[in-house]
Design a protein around this ligand. Structure first.
Ligand code: SF4
Ligand code: SF4
Length: 228
């Protein structure tokens, strides 16, 4: 660093690290004070104390608070929206007997969509297994019966144990053939093979959860001129 002059940190109003010295040759060259973490940050004692405090607060509320029936959860949500949560609002629900409301974008088990004629919408383009970071999608393509579609998946399997629920497969699909809007959790299984969703299971899930199994989205883009 070239010749420099002293520079009081209090004079420096720019946000950021505390400036000790500014170079006289080039004002952009500065000596800054390095903020080292204090003893409480290094030992995490302060953070652990705060965390235990939150746990203790929830414990006391859950033990002493009045338990509300599941039917009151909806009313409780309304109260919470107004910022009027009563002190005895319990912090947990008795899952799976009680279920809370999931947001619309909740990613549940995958399901495969169908065309109007009942055929699977997937055209085995292999985009979803390519983008999947967990390599948990297996597709074996076959020639499609429909002349307007080149391929179909003879095998379409997802290993839900390996899936990291990132949703990239849904984003990558150009056909709206795969969705994660079932609202269903992956179930615990005793054998790894039971966690594999086959093509038939993926197609059936829509019916099980009462969602429309068909998609009317434009296949492969928006109209014949979608490349332009
Ligand atoms: S959600 Fe992510 S990890 Fe799971 S199958 Fe799709 S791309 Fe793979
Ligand atoms: S991205 Fe869509 S169309 Fe392509 S293989 Fe996956 S589910 Fe099938």
């Amino acid at each position: 660093m070239g010749a420099s002059h002293g520079h009081d940190a209090a004079d420096d109003e720019t946000p950021g690290p505390r400036v000790l010295v500014v170079s006289a040759v080039s004002p952009r060259v500065r000596t800054i004070a390095v903020e080292r973490p204090g003893p409480s940050d290094v030992t995490y004692l302060e953070a652990a104390r705060k965390g235990l405090g939150v746990t203790l607060r929830h414990f006391v509320k859950n033990v002493l608070g009045k338990r509300r029936p599941a039917a009151a959860l909806a009313r409780g949500e309304e109260v919470a929206k107004q910022g009027l949560v009563p002190w005895n609002e319990i912090e947990t629900i008795q899952y799976p007997e009680e279920k809370t409301h999931y947001p619309e974008r909740f990613r549940g088990l995958h399901r495969l969509m169908q065309r109007d004629d009942g055929a699977v919408r997937c055209v085995a383009c292999m985009l979803c297994p390519t983008v999947c970071p967990a390599h948990c999608i297996t597709i074996v393509p076959a020639e499609a019966d429909d002349q307007g579609v080149e391929k179909k998946p003879a095998v379409f399997e997802i290993d839900e144990l390996r899936c990291v629920v990132c949703g990239l497969c849904v984003e990558a699909c150009p056909c709206d053939a795969i969705r994660m809007d079932s609202g269903v959790h992956a179930k615990p299984v005793e054998h790894r093979g039971d966690a594999i969703m086959t093509r038939e299971k993926l197609l059936d899930l829509s019916k099980q959860v009462g969602k429309d199994p068909a998609s009317t989205a434009t296949q492969g883009g928006e109209g014949p001129d979608w490349r332009e």
